[in-house]
Design a binder for this molecule. Structure first.
Ligand SMILES: Cc1cc2nc3c(=O)[nH]c(=O)nc-3n(C[C@H](O)[C@H](O)[C@H](O)COP(=O)(O)OP(=O)(O)OC[C@H]3O[C@@H](n4cnc5c(N)ncnc54)[C@H](O)[C@@H]3O)c2cc1C
Length: 481
């Protein structure tokens, strides 16, 4: 049972560490902190603990409508889950590492930013995060993403088109790494390929609920659910306390260290609400720019893989083109988002692709003070020319990339309205003038405040961000605790 406490029992109390949010960033930080020291922790979580059974019964990840937690006129959707475990409840489980050159975008290609750490520094923590989540992956990926430990689980089964691609392009085409179990673990059965990963009916994908719930059951970890962090109170360089709301009442708690992991919309909102914003806080809200494409195949049947997305192709991921247009990750789908091919006897002779292109952190895309506390304003002006040029480049390259397959026709199907990967509003960096938190994710000014989760990303790669958020938290906790 989660060690849930009523806010009145912690009001004006003091904790060694106050953790806001329970998604990837916060949970992995808390996991590592608990391994290191027996401290007194308080967790403030805006949502409830909606168990997997509750989610299945209600056909939803949360009882809170995430759209109601921010205001925006821009019309662009931003997806996340409010509740214990945050986005681990709704994520699809694609668990790619970032490419080594993703960390050096400015140095190599003169655009965006460099990260204040490199791939090699993060590599052991990638391995640790993969172990915790029991990631299934392709050992061949080590040629592009060097690794010191093997993937905990064997790779998923490829589709027939994937097998041809991998044979022809062994250094570019791999089995997608994923938290959807290939073989059963102690907590999870194997993926049943039901294709509704946002709420896996078999509970086969890693979630905080099935993989890390134990950290919230410890006697030294008190959890205030349905409690919204509103603002900090602090001195010149230190945070003293956090004000949060529960049931219409405000409560105050004091702490030595504060961990801010309320997602990349709400984390900066809390800073701005505390009059601790400024600089890059809230600026550069972004996510990858995605499109849907379909290739009709002559005589080659698809959809015989073992999970929803089976292949990932890196042909257009890295190269000098990144100085002018975004890198692209091409996912080979074992599902039919555009329906089956409507021709007798040929319904499986089609290949859907999801292509996500790297974005830049435009300052015009930002989080600002909203109509009331806890409801920030989100401003987004649409994709950058850099991302749009990336789409044009990858569309032009597709016939060559797909040459190993008997392709009849390639169709551009749609612009995807969201990748559900929002990032970047508390960006990390060495220079306080260009970033919000330092290389250890400690705020440049408030030195007992650590930002965790995807808000700290200083660039927007084409890869899914959650494995990296988890690895960063393991690293930061090890350096701070
Ligand atoms: C449908 C979907 C599919 C996705 N698939 C993938 C995928 O396949 N691969 C991938 O890498 N990523 C995927 N993502 C993205 C992934 O979910 C996020 O990148 C990840 O959850 C971000 O982690 P985080 O810790 O920054 O934030 P979250 O995981 O969102 O955690 C934030 C936490 O803070 C809490 N909170 C918010 N505001 C407050 C407040 N004011 N006070 C207290 N608590 C608060 C929330 O309830 C939550 O617990 C997907 C997302 C969605 C929606």
């Amino acid at each position: 049972m989660v060690n849930s406490v009523h806010p009145s029992s912690v009001h004006e109390g003091h904790f060694d560490m106050v953790v806001i949010g329970t998604g990837f960033g916060s949970s992995f930080f808390l996991f590592e902190a608990l391994r290191r020291k027996n401290l007194k922790f308080l967790v403030i979580e805006r949502g409830r603990h909606n168990s997997h059974e509750w989610q299945l019964a209600h056909h939803d990840n949360s009882d809170i409508d995430h759209d109601a937690t921010f205001h925006s006129e821009s019309g662009k959707p931003w997806n996340f889950t409010i509740g214990l475990g945050g986005g681990s409840n709704c994520w699809f489980g694609q668990a790619n590492r970032l490419h080594p050159n993703d960390f050096r975008l400015k140095t190599l290609y003169g655009v965006g930013n460099d990260w204040p750490l490199n791939y090699d520094e993060l590599e052991p923590f990638y391995g640790q995060a993969e172990e915790v989540m029991s990631i299934s992956g392709d050992p061949d990926m080590a040629s592009m993403f060097p690794r010191s430990t093997p993937y905990p689980q064997p790779p998923h089964h490829l589709t027939s088109p994937d097998k041809l691609m991998k044979k022809a392009q062994p250094g570019m085409h791999f089995v997608m790494p994923t938290a959807r179990a290939r073989v059963a673990t102690e907590q999870r059965p194997a993926c049943c390929c039901s294709l509704r990963c946002w709420l896996c009916p078999a509970n086969a994908k890693f979630t905080v609920n099935n993989g890390l719930i134990g950290i919230f059951e410890k006697p030294n970890v008190s959890v205030c659910l349905q409690s919204t962090a509103l603002r900090f109170e602090g001195g010149t360089n230190n945070i003293r306390s956090l004000i949060f709301e529960n049931g219409g009442k405000e409560y105050r708690v004091h702490g030595d260290l504060f961990v801010l992991g309320a997602n990349s919309i709400h984390s900066p909102a809390i800073m701005i609400q505390s009059d601790m914003g400024g600089g890059h806080t809230g600026k550069g809200l972004h996510e990858g720019y995605g499109i849907g494409v379909e290739a009709f195949l002559d005589g080659l049947e698809n959809f015989d893989g073992s999970t929803i997305t089976t292949g990932v192709n890196y042909s257009e991921y890295d190269g000098p083109f990144r100085s002018e247009s975004g890198s692209a990750m091409i996912s080979f789908e074992n599902r039919w988002p555009f329906g089956f091919r409507a021709e007798r006897g040929r319904w499986r002779q089609t290949l859907p692709l999801t292509i996500v292109v790297e974005e830049l952190l435009e300052p015009g895309n930002h989080v600002a003070k909203g109509p009331k506390p806890g409801i920030p304003e989100v401003v987004h002006k649409g994709p950058s020319p850099y991302a749009q040029k990336g789409v044009e480049r990858v569309m032009a390259a597709l016939p060559k990339i797909l040459a190993p397959l008997p392709v009849e026709e390639i169709y551009f199907r749609n612009v995807r309205r969201t990748e559900s990967h929002h990032q970047g509003t508390m960006r990390m960096g060495r220079d306080p003038a260009l970033s919000v938190v330092d290389e250890n994710q400690i705020h440049h000014r408030w030195r007992n405040l650590v930002a965790v989760g995807t808000s700290v990303f200083p660039t927007c790669t084409a890869s899914g961000p959650s494995l990296t958020a988890a690895a960063l938290s393991l690293r930061a906790a090890g350096r701070i605790i």
